[in-house]
Design a protein. Structure first.
Length: 226
């Protein structure tokens, strides 16, 4: 019986025999490449799933991102680029607003801070039947102005200096908004012992829309109104 090659005990033996190496090669060669396009479906399914997620994420951001504006808190709202809406004033704040307008404009120059006016020149507002009377008349006076003679508390005033136009109408030097006119009227109708009710911006806006750019009123014209 012959001795296998390389079995000499005097030589260092290999870690693996030739037979074991051949068997390993044959095992590896048994896994042939897929030449018939028999691909596994799992990678394709994952591709469709991730594509759908990306499409959904893009659609969601487009609808609810608010254009990534940091001022948008409502996810359904678009960015607001206009001026922020001013908070609504309480009745007392509205009256105080009217007081500031009265004292900072030409009102107190003619009618005085105490509302007593100037004898023979400018009629008083304190106790005035015009101030405490018809809301529509007094709104028109401030909105469009007043010219000519007027009798207040039994005294006649010549109207040498007409009441100026305060509203946002043609010829106005003040261009007051409906809110400002309502506020100053609310103040004068409740100051110096006057007890008339407040005037709202909606009331002024209604008269403003009805009369437009009316010229300054006269007492005769106002007397025909309710």
């Amino acid at each position: 019986m012959s001795t296998p090659p390389n079995s000499d005990p005097r030589l260092e033996q290999a870690a693996a025999t030739d037979e074991s190496l051949m068997a390993a090669h044959e095992k590896l060669l048994g896994k042939k490449p897929d030449d018939q396009a028999n691909y596994r479906l799992l990678p394709l399914n994952l591709l469709f799933v991730f594509s759908g997620l990306i499409f959904f994420a893009g659609t969601y951001l487009n609808l609810y991102s608010g254009h990534f504006n940091p001022l948008v808190y409502n996810e359904h709202a678009l960015p607001h680029v206009g001026p922020a809406e001013a908070p609504k004033m309480t009745p007392e704040q509205f009256r105080e607003f009217g007081k500031k307008l009265f004292n900072n404009a030409a009102c107190n120059t003619c009618h005085q801070v105490n509302g007593l006016g100037v004898e023979g020149a400018f009629p008083p507002l304190a106790g005035s039947e015009w101030v405490q009377g018809s809301e529509e008349r007094v709104i028109r006076i401030v909105l469009h102005g007043l010219q000519g003679k007027i009798t207040v508390k039994g005294k006649e005033f010549p109207g040498a200096t007409p009441m100026p136009t305060f509203g946002k109408v043609a010829g106005s030097g003040f261009n007051w908004s409906d809110d400002k006119i309502a506020a100053v009227l609310t103040y004068v109708r409740s100051e110096w012992g006057n007890t008339a009710g407040p005037i709202t911006a909606e009331q002024v806006a209604a008269i403003h829309g009805k009369e437009g750019d009316h010229k300054p009123w006269t007492v005769d014209e106002l007397s025909k109104l309710p």
